[in-house]
Write a protein that binds this ligand. Structure first.
Ligand code: CP
Ligand code: NVA
Length: 296
């Protein structure tokens, strides 16, 4: 039984295998005649569509379920929902607020659980991030990936994946929005090099990839104003990209143009954001082929 709650639920070898499967031109029909439940407590464009298309390409039926409709822990407990869905489906993907909800689904241990973004992690995004970096540079090893902005769910999974594949991960966040020692120790547990700083210009010096995410994640909307002030110096704009030299630009999206990144950067020749978005589908297909295909 394979659950993917965070990217380091895979070994390095397994991660490399998943990324190879993601690039395979002939998807194994591991979901033929089977379903995958996709539960979303928050909105989604990329994750929902990439998962639905990946399930379809593997021969299965994706069933989208809105969190409000089933009421995780309000209409029914997480465990009762999981046990019920396990009777219909080969796997459950879930986008939740509290990470503990995907942990509780996994603890039921009847069918594989895939974290589709929680407050702590976004492993399916990290798979696509790695695929995109590999397509660009041939490998992640030795590449410097500079993440600018809020230290959050996307940052954790990205940093772990970069470390697992031998890259160097830099994070530039304002002090109040930086990772504490626990998170840094967790990121370094891969053996990867993690460098932290507060100056975005220092972070992008000599880097290969500049990576951005929103300043205000889903569920933090009440903090928008205070966050916009705190992150005022952390916008990825033309001047910062010029300081980054030949680096490419990635963003998990959705981008808040004019906040964490300018339109000029999103739409620039250095931007690989549409490639990254498409890679969500290939990465999802690779992971599901691994987890449900008897490889795991
Ligand atoms: N990057 C990402 O997860 O996008 P969505 O929120 O649209 O799924
Ligand atoms: N950090 C963002 C990622 C969106 C894909 C959020 O949690 O809203």
């Amino acid at each position: 039984m394979r659950h993917l709650l965070e990217i380091d639920d895979l070994t390095v070898d397994e991660l490399q295998h998943v990324l190879a499967l993601a690039q395979s031109p002939s998807p194994p029909q591991v979901l033929a005649g089977k379903g995958m439940a996709l539960v979303f407590e928050k909105p989604s464009l990329r994750t929902r569509n990439s998962m639905e298309m990946a399930v379809f390409q593997l021969g299965g039926l994706p069933v989208y379920i809105q969190g409000d409709e089933i009421g995780l822990d309000t209409r029914e407990s997480v465990e009762d929902v999981t046990n019920t869905l396990a009777g219909f489906h080969a796997a459950i993907g879930a986008r939740v607020f509290e990470h503990s909800k995907v942990e509780r689904m996994a603890a039921v241990d009847r069918i594989p659980i895939v974290n589709l973004l929680s407050d702590a992690a976004h492993p399916m995004q990290a798979l696509a991030d790695m695929l995109t970096i590999i397509e660009e540079f041939g490998s992640v090893e030795g590449r410097i990936v500079s993440y600018i902005g809020d230290s959050n769910n996307v940052t954790r999974s990205l940093g772990l994946a970069v470390g697992m594949l031998g890259g160097i991960f830099r994070i530039a966040s304002p002090t109040d929005y930086s990772f504490g020692e626990d998170d840094l120790a967790m990121l370094r547990s891969t053996g990867g090099v993690v460098e932290t700083m507060t100056d975005p210009y220092e972070a992008v010096d000599g880097c290969d990839v500049v990576y951005s995410d929103v300043f205000t994640s889903m569920g933090q909307e009440a903090e928008t104003e205070i966050r916009l002030k705190a992150f005022a110096d952390y916008q990825i704009n033309e001047a910062l990209m010029a300081a980054a030299g030949d680096a490419v630009f990635l963003h998990c999206l959705p981008a808040h143009r004019g906040e964490e990144v300018t339109s000029g950067v999103v739409d620039s020749p250095a931007s690989r954001v549409w490639k990254l978005a498409e890679n969500r589908m290939h990465a999802a297909r690779g992971y599901l082929a691994f987890a449900l295909g008897g490889d795991a």
